[in-house]
Write a protein that binds this ligand. Structure first.
Ligand code: IFM
Length: 462
């Protein structure tokens, strides 16, 4: 339980955050940039995936997306107007090294150079992520994340980005959500490159972590003063009952989703269930790999959206009465607070940031420059409340970035789910801050959350 302290004004229901707390927003390259062939960019696995019939539910692509490659200056102005102190974006490997390996494309880097300068001119801290799922297609043609050489190529690409932008970037993030890259891309097939093999998932996962380790080593030597981070997603797995079978099922699932990457990053090695339950032979792990992977980091980025109830019974149905977002994910803010305490207890990361949290929600009454999205505001408020409790308990959480700055391409779901605090009209590319963005702006400006539970409750899916 959160302890009462001077930072919690219970009378006024005001939650004050630490003075140096960072507020911001996040996006990724493929989801917003568009301009897939501009200035020498090559296709990524997501361009190929979108062009494959049946892969994207609304048959859309990232060809235009939010046209951010063209409109980035307006977007930076909007970030500033909304009080965002930090902006997490990703760099497209295919712009920087169109061949995956080999020559660097200066024009591709020019875009991120301009973006970083524009952010800094507005007083916004740039937080680039080097890999947010858009592997160069040319590397997938040679085996992609199943091939160890992709990890080595990633370190060379990281070097090119850091060499160009390192004088202005204070925190480098290597990967976004390697679990999703490996699991959705190689095991379930719902993401690019669309493979369906558990064994491939383990191989891809190891090569992703190796890519992180090799790039981390390179970044440390090129930018010794920069902070180094990785972003992992966590879905707390809770047993559906207290039966031994359900507890064991939840623990096994948690090994795969929550501990598979965080454990080796902390020198704990891969969870043993990977070998003795799931049957991975570990043949991809080379001498010294685990040492590279466990080199100390400065920051863990935590992406949290929902929890999962796990049962050993294949016929188990998730409870229907809990609030859910428009994609059907359960809204469970308490699990964020618990997650942060668990991470702080188990691992040795010196600092944490929520690098993604948000929800696709009903956006109502879209008219005259106003979009009502009370459900989204309530979601963010309730997660911030839990986060505040974890901070009160001593968790070193330095910031919160909302996912997402604006509506964008939600991967296999196309443009239907809208995660943005800013609405994007894809016909006109008009941006309209939703009511949640205005609420969040006030939170960022005042560094506090004013609780008004009676005003905002979840209406639920339309
Ligand atoms: O849109 C994604 C993002 O790219 C990675 N984290 C989860 C988000 C919502 O699904």
């Amino acid at each position: 339980m959160a302890q009462q302290s001077p930072d919690t004004d219970l009378e006024a229901h005001v939650l004050k955050f630490p003075e140096d707390f960072t507020w911001g927003a996040a996006t990724s390259a493929f989801q917003i940039e568009g301009s897939p062939r501009a200035d020498g960019k090559s296709p990524s696995i997501w361009d190929t995936f979108c062009a494959t019939p049946g892969r994207i539910s609304d048959a859309s692509s990232g060809d235009v997306a939010c046209d951010h490659y063209v409109r980035y200056l307006d977007d930076v102005s909007l970030l500033s107007a909304l009080g965002m102190a930090s902006y997490r974006f990703s760099i497209a490997w295919t712009r920087v090294k169109p061949g995956g390996v080999g020559p660097t494309n200066p024009k591709g880097l020019d875009f991120y150079d301009r973006l970083v300068d524009a952010l800094l001119a507005e007083g916004i801290t740039p937080m680039p992520t080097l890999y947010h799922w858009d592997l160069p297609q040319v590397l997938d043609d040679r085996g992609g994340w199943l091939d160890r050489s992709t990890a080595e190529a990633f370190a060379d690409y990281a070097e090119a980005a850091v060499t160009r932008l390192g004088d202005r970037v204070g925190t480098w993030t290597t990967l976004n959500e390697p679990f999703v890259s490996a699991n959705h891309g190689y095991v379930t097939g719902e993401h690019a490159p669309g493979h369906t093999s558990l064994a491939e998932g383990f191989a891809a996962g190891h090569h992703l972590l190796l890519a992180h380790g090799l790039a981390a080593e390179r970044i440390r030597s090129l930018a010794p003063d920069a902070r180094l981070a990785i972003v992992l997603n966590f879905t707390p797995q809770q047993a559906a009952s207290s039966s031994d079978a359900d507890l064991q099922a939840a623990s096994l699932q948690s090994d795969l989703e929550n501990r598979w990457y965080a454990d080796p990053l902390n020198g704990l090695g891969y969870p043993t269930s990977g070998f003795d339950h799931y049957g991975w032979d570990g043949s991809q792990i080379g001498d010294g790999d685990l040492d590279l992977i466990s080199a100390p980091l400065d920051l863990l980025g935590v992406n949290y959206y929902t929890r999962q109830l796990v049962s050993a019974d294949p016929a188990y149905a998730q409870p229907g009465h809990t609030p859910r977002n428009t994609m059907g994910w359960e809204i469970h803010p308490e699990s964020l607070g618990q997650l942060m305490r668990t991470l702080w207890d188990r691992y040795s990361f010196p600092s944490y940031m929520i690098t993604e949290n948000g929800a696709p929600m009903p956006d109502l009454n879209r008219s005259e420059g106003r979009v009502d999205d009370d459900d989204r505001t309530a979601y963010i408020r309730d997660h911030l409340t839990e986060l505040h409790g974890a901070i009160q308990d001593g968790c070193p959480i330095e910031g919160y970035l909302v996912w997402s700055f604006m509506d964008n391409f939600e991967w296999a779901e196309g443009y239907v789910p809208r995660f943005g605090v800013v609405e994007v009209d894809y016909e006109t590319q008009t941006r309209t801050p939703k009511q949640s963005a205005l609420w969040f702006r006030d939170v960022a400006r005042t560094n506090q959350v004013v609780l008004e539970p009676e005003r905002l409750t979840y209406r639920g899916r339309p």
